[in-house]
Design a protein around this ligand. Structure first.
Ligand SMILES: [Zn+2]
Length: 262
């Protein structure tokens, strides 16, 4: 019997690095430029009622971020404590944010970060009904691939990235997600920016890394989890539209859409 493992990312990468930034303040533009400089990708979670206000990015900048490969995602229309609202308002906060952001980007938006990181079981299920497939919390210290993408926990806030690097074990943590979150307005000084840049350099320009948005990771992992293996593990059917990678007897193998012989 073959030995099968799903412990591998796009193009056979052992690690994936992703970023998630909230609220859409103007520093997001500089942050996105930094991500592009290092071929990284981030997800920007936006409140559509703030876009274009003083200190916030504009509609045109949202479109530019999206066109540059960054992901735009929902953060509710007005940044409320969702779990305190009537169900219909929770739905409207999420659904109307999707509508506004989809109009600005021309893309399908199915990701979110909970405002203040808070949620309840009911908020989760309403988010799902409003078309959200994955939603970030502010829980930290997690590198596991989430079993429930509507409770996606992070690895660390960017202010703790240095401490995370100090304990990082590249061999032990193969197949895990490095997920950094924060707010670009927390970079107040040139030194703050420099510290962050120095930290992300630790993970960038590495061949065994995949640099992805939250949404790309969701899409990949969902496709990988949907693989149907024959009982004797000699065949696998990939019902998704994208290639995924697995390990067969410890060797990485691309699994194309459709039927694959192992
Ligand atoms: Zn926020």
């Amino acid at each position: 019997m073959k030995k099968i493992s799903l412990n591998v990312f796009k193009n056979g990468a052992d690690h994936v690095l992703t970023f998630s930034y909230d609220d859409g303040k103007i520093n997001d533009i500089r942050l996105a430029e930094l991500f592009l400089k290092y071929n990284c990708k981030g997800t920007f979670n936006l409140n559509s009622s703030n876009i274009g206000k003083d200190g916030y990015i504009s509609k045109e900048q949202v479109k530019k971020l999206s066109d540059s490969g960054m992901e735009i995602a929902v953060h509710a229309v007005t940044h409320p404590w969702l779990e305190t609202l009537p169900d219909s308002v929770v739905f409207a906060e999420i659904f109307n944010d999707r509508i506004a952001l989809e109009e600005m980007t021309g893309k399908v938006i199915n990701g979110m970060a909970y405002p203040f990181g808070t949620f309840s079981d009911k908020v989760k299920s309403i988010a799902k009904s409003a078309g959200i497939d994955y939603a970030r919390t502010t829980k930290s210290d997690f590198t596991m691939i989430p079993s429930d993408f509507l409770e996606w926990a992070t690895t660390c806030h960017h202010k703790n990235l240095g401490a995370f690097i100090d304990k990082f074990d590249a061999v032990k943590w193969r197949g895990y997600i490095i997920y950094v979150w924060g707010h670009s307005y927390e970079f107040n000084t040139e030194e703050d920016w420099q510290t962050f840049e120095d930290n992300i350099k630790f993970f960038t320009n590495k061949p065994d890394y995949w640099y992805a948005t939250n949404g790309e990771i969701y899409e990949y992992v969902t496709a990988q989890r949907s693989l149907k293996f024959s009982a004797d593990l000699t065949k696998v059917y990939n019902p998704s539209a994208i290639s995924v990678y697995i390990k067969v007897d410890d060797v990485k193998k691309e699994i194309l859409p459709g039927l694959n012989i192992l």
